[in-house]
Design a protein. Structure first.
Length: 98
C-alpha cells in the first residue's frame, strides 16, 4: 500500500483514509491493518467503485451502538424528519366460557 501507485491516502480530521483496490488489499492486508490500528479507515474498491470499508472496532461499535428503545428514538427531535408508516395493531378480546 505504501508507495503503491494505485493507493490513495488522505486525512479527515486527524484520521487517515486510505483507498486501495481489492487486488492491492489482498496482496498487502498487513498494511491495511496498520492503517486501521492507527485509527484510520481503509476503503476497498472494485473496478474503481468503493465496495467495503475497514474501520477500527471502536468506530464500528460507536456506529452500531443503540441503547435506546423505539419510543426513545421517536422522541428525539430529529425523529420529525422521518416518515414512519405504522399499521395499527388490532387486538380483539374473546369471551371465555367459565
Amino acid at each position: 500500500m505504501a508507495g503503491s501507485a494505485s493507493s490513495k491516502g488522505r486525512t479527515m480530521g486527524h484520521a487517515q483514509i486510505k483507498t486501495v483496490s481489492s487486488r492491492e488489499f489482498v496482496h498487502n492486508v498487513s498494511a491495511a491493518r496498520r492503517v486501521v490500528s492507527e485509527g484510520g479507515t481503509v476503503i476497498i474498491t472494485d473496478r474503481g467503485e468503493p465496495t467495503q470499508a475497514l474501520i477500527p472496532i471502536a468506530e464500528y461499535r460507536r456506529l452500531t451502538k443503540t441503547d435506546k428503545n423505539l419510543v426513545e428514538l421517536l422522541r428525539m427531535p430529529e425523529a420529525d424528519a422521518f416518515d414512519l408508516d405504522v399499521e395499527p395493531i388490532r387486538i380483539g378480546a374473546k369471551d371465555i366460557d367459565a
